[in-house]
Design a protein. Sequence first.
Length: 684
Amino acid sequence: MNAGSARLLVVEDEEALATALAEGLSAEGFTVEIALDGASGLALAREREFDLILLDLLLPRVNGFKFCALLRRAGNWTPVLVLTAKQGELDEAEALDTGADDFLSKPFSFIVLVARVRSLLRRRRLERPPTLVAGDLVLDTAEHRCRRGATEIELTRREFALLEFLMRRAGTVVRKREILDEVWDWAFDDESNIVEVYVGYLRRKVDLPFGRAAIRTVRGSATGSSSPVAEVGRATVRVRITATALGVVGTGLVAAAVLVLVLLQVSMRDNVDAQARLRLVEIADLVRSDRLPATLAGEDDGTVAQVVINDVVVTQSPTIRGDRPIVAFIPAGTEMTIRTVRNPPIGDGETHRVAVQRVDSPRGPAVVYTAATLEPVQDSTTTLALLMAGFVPVTMLLVGITAWRLVGRTLGPVEAIRAQVAEISASALDHRVPVPGTGDEIDRLARTMNEMLDRLEASARRQRTFVADASHELRSPMAVIRTRLEVGLARPDAADWPALAHGWLTEQGRLERLVDDLLLLARLDETVPVPAPSIVDLDELVLRAALDLHTRGDVRVDVTEVGGGRVRGDAGQLRRVVMNLLDNAGRYGASVVRCALSESGGVVELTVTDDGPGVPAADWERIFERFVRLNEARDRRTGGAGLGLAIVRDIVTRHGGTVELTDRDDDCDGGGARFAVRLPAAGD
């Protein structure tokens, strides 16, 4: 399709930008219409035929995501190129998943924009059905969803593209070469196993869980299927610890005192019961043998007795008052019964334990009563309770004083550490806290604090160096721009203004790359986990970056050894790793850059090799430091700031991997450098 016959729709709410795009694209031979909000753009897209839509995401009325979704649901498959200032990986993924065909972040090069437009227009537009069906396998290309039967299947973009390709050719055998050309859009050698790897991914998701095959391989071909607070805090800790100690000890002492009192009372009452039982047994024997005395003498243990025959008191101890039974209850059987009786007619009426038993006698039915006083029990428990009431408070006071002093002595070194830390400032990070040398937790705290101060001092030193280097790097292109402009303004008639403008754009591009690198390093320096880790097809990132490098035409890119490799992490950061390595290889390589990707033993290894001048072995580690240039003039000429490889190491380290500069393989001629990145594989 030529430019003159291509109709473009620009949906952009910034009128100045929309107008500039329209003017520029019109100058390139395209017919352009403008819509300043999502709803208007959607209406135009539905009413008129366009060959390409340039779409912003943050649109009024209907945002770009919804625009794409509604367009695709209506069966309109006009290619959509998203132009937006949003650069997040999730935003790009959402735009593509809702139906966009390409994504370009602002600010962008107009030349690149035009190239993207022409590339999209060259692609064959298919009037594709939104849903593909092969048996019970359903692929919704508009919603980017896949299901088999009633089960939803989650696929990556590459897996989805591969399955869509196969389903559009359901029932036919497609060659590996066709899949490589259509799904990966890259001139692979047929020796690559990338297709086999992804077909395996699909089988594990689409076939194995369901027990039936939808994809078959025929001789290598895939078949489509149907922090002043410090002092207060210290006192509070001291009070809390002392109060806790008092609470724990006090609770224990009170519980122990109560338990002792209860056990003593139970034990002594059991002794009293035993006395009453023993006396009752003796009196019962006298009743049965009819040898009762007129008066039952009292015992030394304080027990008294009474015998009632035919409801008449026949004998009793002298301390019993009156001639009536000492208690009113009579057991129903012949078993002995013991009860506590308060104010009985015995002596002064103190509480007794009374034992009662029916006994047969020659004179008739008899009831024998024996009673033992509980006064010794009550006296003993009262005395012990008074002792405990004095002992517990005194003990708690001693515990409180001991805990207060002990905690105070323990927190003394902590206060010394606090006072020293309070004196440490950003300009005095060389100070250290005192170490008690006791080998205990406080000693370890002080040592750990000093280790932390060591790290902070080193970090501050690195930061100062970083700021100085960054300031130098930022000033350099600004100085170039200012100097050239001043020279041109001094001699405006002799100045080559197009050349000056070109130089200005070059230096501005250098500034943009440097600022991007500095911002990325600042984010990487934050001690936060990898944002939103997901499964990343590293091979796809390698191939995309290789294609970009190959398109420049500076070197030849060999990707024949790129196989499948999946890792878990942030796709945007991992893309930066691949791009930096390939850019570095392309910058220094003489003629060819070789990429290899493989997975073995749970590790995915990526190697990037160039045939340039190489790196001296003494600099193999230093080359990963920030702002390090082994060839100062060469890096400045190519726009490098010595940050690319530092970014690579920081990102790889955050992802649990390693990167190193190693010897080249024996089969590679000349010098050159070989960078190896190893990352944990994501697994199935």
